[in-house]
Design a protein around this ligand. Structure first.
Ligand code: UT7
Length: 333
């Protein structure tokens, strides 16, 4: 028994926010953002859009690609760090939008590594026979939680809104058949506060949210950018090699490398360190910014659509993010 990806989908809102747009609200520039991050523009939701709307569009596209209806799905996993409400998770709003009545769903909170964490979980559930058809979706709406003044510029310029989804199905095919080969995941809570949104949080008493916290900007993401960068360029190659090794594969065997889209410089650095040729790497951060848990399924969808990911190809996916959390997976398409 193995787990096969049978459909992909993605959705980003129509509203394009360029670097020049951001420069109207804060002290930044197109030149700084492009040089430091590689980002040209990102998408932000429109006035009436919510996370579950984005997720629904991505899921319906993935279901169509797999030739399935929502009712065929046994379980939904949704990765996000920007949940639609404090509780319940976005997955419950999504499940209702898909017209489902009692299909189980849950949110997974592993930030930018969330999609790969879910892939490991879903693979285990499918191999164990617990579920046969699963939807795994990453969905982020960062734009409503960003500090758009100069105070928040280091974080605000990198994030974008978007959603990506895959359908996973049990497969009995053997040998070199398509499927997830290995997934490895790691975390280091020691650095939880190096990239976090503190409030509202039940760790703050007697009240998780006060006017003062809002005024002090504790409701916005805070990041020690250089520290995060240094850890990302160390952990990503480490876990990528660990995962390939577990699958008895080498860098040269892989046809396509997909890295989390937090900063183009991080990805160039990792590719350089591992001597990955440029034509085996695909990035889309230029157009969408950092969509956290949605980034990898969005890459899967785009590379399938542009013909880079065709049957038989080996694809390696690697992410690093808040927590800290990092993970890698390798699959045959
Ligand atoms: O997705 C989760 C994982 N996240 C990441 O992997 C992000 C990792 N970190 C990064 O990508 C980078 O650290 C950033 C892109 C966030 C920042 O780039 P940096 O080269 O590390 O800049 P820095 O934070 O060290 O700041 C350098 C200078 C500072 O000014 P001074 O002190 O040298 O005068 C900042 O105040 O750049 C300034 N700065 C900005 N200037 C214009 C910071 N943000 C901006 C900005 N526009 N948006």
């Amino acid at each position: 028994m193995r787990t096969k990806i049978t459909g992909t989908g993605m959705y980003v809102p129509d509203r394009v926010v360029t670097n020049d747009d951001l420069a109207q609200w804060m002290d930044t520039s197109d030149e700084w953002i492009q040089q430091r991050t590689g980002i040209l523009e990102r998408r932000w939701i429109g006035p009436d859009q919510q996370p579950a709307d984005l997720a629904e569009r991505a899921c319906r596209q993935a279901l169509d690609a797999a030739g399935l209806e929502p009712n065929d799905i046994d379980c939904i996993l949704l990765g996000t760090l920007s949940s639609q409400a404090d509780f319940p998770g976005t997955s419950f709003f999504l499940q209702h939008k898909l017209g489902l009545e009692d299909t189980p769903c849950m949110d997974v909170r592993a930030q930018c590594s969330g999609f790969l964490y879910m892939l490991q979980l879903a693979d285990a559930l499918i191999r164990a026979g617990t579920h046969r058809k699963m939807l795994v979706v990453g969905c982020e709406v960062h734009s409503t939680g960003l500090d758009i003044s100069t105070r928040g510029r280091d974080v605000t310029v990198i994030f974008g809104d978007g959603s990506g989804a895959v359908v996973l199905e049990a497969s009995e095919e053997e040998g070199d058949a398509p499927g997830i080969l290995e997934v490895r995941i790691h975390s280091q809570g020691e650095h939880a506060k190096r990239l976090w949104v503190e409030a509202p949080g039940s760790g703050i008493s007697p009240s998780r949210l006060t006017h003062e916290m809002i005024d002090d900007g504790r409701v916005f993401p805070h990041m020690e950018g250089r520290f995060v960068f240094k850890h990302a360029v160390t952990r990503m190659p480490e876990v990528l090699l660990e995962t390939l090794d577990a699958a008895s594969l080498k860098i040269e065997d892989v046809d396509l490398f997909l890295f989390h889209q937090a900063n183009l410089r991080i990805n160039e650095f990792v590719a350089g360190k591992l001597e990955i040729p440029e034509d085996k790497l695909f990035n889309n951060i230029m157009s969408y910014g950092n969509c956290s848990a949605a980034a990898i399924p969005m890459l899967l969808h785009e590379t399938q659509a542009n013909g880079m990911l065709t049957p038989g190809k080996l694809v390696s996916m690697t992410a690093f993010g808040a927590g800290f959390s990092w993970a890698s997976a390798v699959a045959r398409w």
